[in-house]
Ligand binder design. Structure first.
Ligand SMILES: [Fe+2]
Length: 490
């Protein structure tokens, strides 16, 4: 419970001053709602190293004393017949140290490849370059390290990059700034978002799902579509163009090679292929600290960064109270030591609280299954994406204003090809029908409200009281935790 938070000079209001009167900032209808994808030959997407040299370099926090370094070597293939590369042909090494030019340590890791196979007439197959993951351990928390990655046996090392390890878990140390972004894609708007995010100099990125939008394409590439099913109604399977993932990795590298990015999967990462195989690109490309936190799946995990315990939940994997994710979550929450990590932040892709018409009540089943557990353990803030707009909720539990409920924030407005969402469920004529907004995973649990001004109805007639502020725009969020706030936290 928060009692007497200190307010800094900027006078950002605290939740103690809430609940706030709902505010809506509408989209200017004279503006375009989105932009096209960058082409594969755009300088930020094009491969600019030769075969065995590392590219698409990305960091992820493993623990305050360990960091994942991931990269790709070799050439991906696309065609009717593709032959997977042998991951053993290129070593996975990271040379690192606290001084530039003096790499006193070397760590070796693992490498893998994946294929995306569509054995349907007219569709092409893909097999990836070699994806390398190396865990650097024994790091000092909050310390700058320099590194090169690659294979030293044939002098194929990257240029020097640097990162700062996470602060030690403690109520007095926090990441400098955490950038929160979702539903990013690879458009001109994405470029603006990432450039702006980079200028804000974050020390960590929380990526709340829907990353590359490779599944807005046919396997033959070409031009991406803002609506796959509208543009390609006869597709035998929802196709993807996996080279977009490689373009995305290159586009992100200037940022992710120095700032750790913590990802969680969204619906655009499902990417079904032959034999019901899903999530291959997400699972193979990104290292996440699942083993470190006792999770048996890379689709959900947790980690500490300074005095914040982050919980990343999978909305597209079993979330029922009888399942493995729920059991892990309960254990993980029970293990949190509030004296060390007093702040609990959760993130998953699809929001539970959302007053836009898009995805309205889509993940109501997940909310009904898991909300009480998060409330019981006093989760402070929840970040989600999926809806392509911004919305911040008043503290809420079970659709009722509650000073002990989390603050839910939707930031699915990274800039993807599907365009910004502008309609609210409470706008005249915009309340979705019960057949709209069917989730790509899990059941449908749409409900009519049982109390309050919308009692008996599916949609409100005005912005709901639990919605504090909503704005249809593209962008990202900056999340800062300041230790002095803790002085008054009981
Ligand atoms: Fe989504």
């Amino acid at each position: 419970m928060v009692t007497n938070i200190l307010v800094n000079k900027a006078q950002i209001p605290t939740t103690l001053e809430g609940p706030f009167k709902p505010v809506t900032r509408r989209f200017d209808p004279s503006l375009r709602r989105g932009s096209d994808d960058l082409p594969m030959d755009h300088p930020r997407l094009k491969k600019n190293v030769t075969s065995n040299f590392p590219e698409q370099i990305a960091l992820a926090i493993s623990s305050p004393t360990s960091m994942w370094v991931s990269w790709v070597t070799g050439d991906a293939q696309i065609g009717l017949n593709v032959t997977p590369l042998d991951p053993k042909t290129v070593a996975s090494e990271v040379w690192y140290g606290k001084k530039s030019g003096k790499y006193t340590n070397v760590q070796r890791g693992i490498s893998t490849v994946y294929s995306q196979l569509y054995p349907f007439k007219g569709l092409l197959n893909y097999t990836s370059g070699i994806i390398h993951h190396v865990k650097l351990d024994g790091l000092e928390p909050g310390t700058k390290y320099f590194y090169k990655c690659g294979d030293s046996s044939f002098q194929a090392l990257s240029k020097v990059h640097s990162f700062e390890s996470s602060p030690k878990p403690s109520p007095y140390a926090y990441p400098h700034r955490i950038a929160v972004v979702g539903d990013l894609g690879l458009t001109s708007n994405t470029t603006t978002t990432i450039d702006h995010l980079t200028q804000n100099n974050p020390s960590m990125i929380l990526m709340v799902g829907d990353l590359s939008y490779a599944n807005q394409y046919r396997t033959t590439g070409g031009k991406g579509a803002p609506c796959f099913s509208c543009a390609f109604p006869d597709a035998p399977i929802r196709e993807t163009y996996q080279p977009r993932w490689d373009g995305w990795g290159r586009f992100m590298e200037p940022l992710t090679s120095r700032v750790p990015m913590m990802v969680i999967e969204g619906n655009h990462e499902i990417e079904p292929q032959v034999a019901g195989i899903t999530f291959q690109s997400y699972l193979k490309r990104f290292a996440v600290p699942s083993e470190e936190c006792g999770s048996k799946s890379n689709l959900y995990y947790s980690f500490d960064a300074g005095g914040v315990h982050f919980i990343m939940l999978g909305a597209y994997v079993d979330y029922n109270a009888t399942g493995a994710q729920y059991a892990w979550l309960r254990k993980d929450l029970a293990r949190v030591d509030h004296a060390v990590t007093p702040w609990l932040v959760a993130a998953w892709h699809s929001p539970w609280y959302n007053s836009y018409a898009s995805h309205y009540q889509e993940f109501e089943c997940m909310r009904q299954e898991m909300e009480a557990l998060l409330y019981q353990y006093n989760v402070d803030v929840v970040f989600s994406g999926h809806v392509h707009a911004y919305e911040r909720m008043n503290r809420v539990f079970n659709y009722t204003l509650d000073p002990c409920g989390p603050v839910y924030i939707t930031v699915g407005d990274g800039g993807n090809i599907e365009k910004v969402d502008v309609d609210h469920a409470d706008d005249p004529g915009k309340c979705p029908s019960s057949s709209d907004n069917i989730p790509e995973f899990g059941g449908v649990c749409h409900l009519n409200f049982t109390s309050g001004p919308a009692k008996g109805k599916f949609c409100w007639d005005e912005q709901p009281e639990w919605s504090a502020f909503r704005e249809s725009s593209f962008g990202h969020g900056i999340f800062e935790v300041q230790f002095q706030l803790l002085l008054s936290r009981l």
